[in-house]
Write a new protein. Structure first.
Length: 250
């Protein structure tokens, strides 16, 4: 990750054009019943805004914003959003499906697709990161950034040794000890908080009944939305929201 960001900062890829990622985790009744705030908008008068975008599947959106920050410890700013938010599981008060397009202060477009009512245990992550001089792809194996430059040369970041499991913690402690900001600290997370606030102001639509499939897995009730995996793949490939393809879920 740091090698890729340093290459972006150095200008190796040129200006960012658009970045898109799809990523989701399957979640069932046990997940939503484990506490009093999962999937909730507010609890006891306090805003919670729990959703796949703000919680379980937040990380790959944070990663996109982080990669576009103008310094190693910052992320790009989020300036606007177009959102399609859906409630697929009736246990959920907030949305559990999101198709999102963001504008940023660096001029690039960010698209993010995430959901909990999916058939596989995990959807993705899969991403396409387009820059002036090349395109970076993200695959589901970790880590798996691979870039193809416009001149045909390739860069495989998956071959870089990420270090021991606690390397990120050690780097953060060393940064604080040296009086500098740690990578992926507060400055890198603030744009995601801004994005969550923007998204939460958008309407949430119930998924139409014909797409909702209820089932049980190891005794736990689940809901899945028929065809959502293929739909999000198509959305990512075409850089479009579902309604723009005439395939809204409501």
């Amino acid at each position: 990750m740091l090698a890729l960001k340093n290459d972006i900062l150095s200008g190796r890829f040129g200006a960012p054009i658009r970045l898109g990622i799809l990523h989701g985790y399957r979640r069932g009744a046990d997940y939503y019943r484990r506490n009093d705030w999962a999937g909730r908008i507010a609890v006891n008068g306090r805003e919670v805004w729990d959703s796949p975008f703000s919680n379980a599947s937040a990380h790959n959106f944070q990663m996109m914003a982080f990669l576009l920050g103008n310094a190693l410890h910052t992320a790009c700013g989020i300036t606007g959003v177009q959102a399609e938010l859906y409630r697929g599981n009736p246990l959920v008060e907030n949305f559990d499906i999101a198709a999102l397009r963001f504008s940023t202060d660096c001029g690039a477009e960010l698209m993010y697709f995430t959901a909990h009512p999916i058939e596989p245990d995990e959807l993705g992550p899969r991403g396409i990161l387009e820059f002036e001089k090349g395109t970076i792809t993200l695959g589901p194996e970790h880590p798996s950034f691979r870039a193809k430059m416009r001149d045909g040369t390739c860069v495989d970041y998956a071959r870089i040794d990420p270090g021991p499991p606690l390397q990120k913690l050690v780097d953060a402690l060393n940064a604080v000890r040296n009086g500098t900001a740690p990578v992926c600290g507060v400055e890198a997370d603030l744009p995601h908080i801004t994005a969550v606030c923007m998204v939460q102001q958008q309407p949430v639509l119930p998924v139409r009944d014909s797409l909702r499939i209820s089932y049980a897995l190891k005794g736990t009730p689940y809901v899945r939305i028929d065809g959502i995996e293929a739909l999000f793949e198509q959305c990512l490939t075409k850089w479009a929201l579902p309604m723009e393809l005439g395939k809204g879920l409501a």
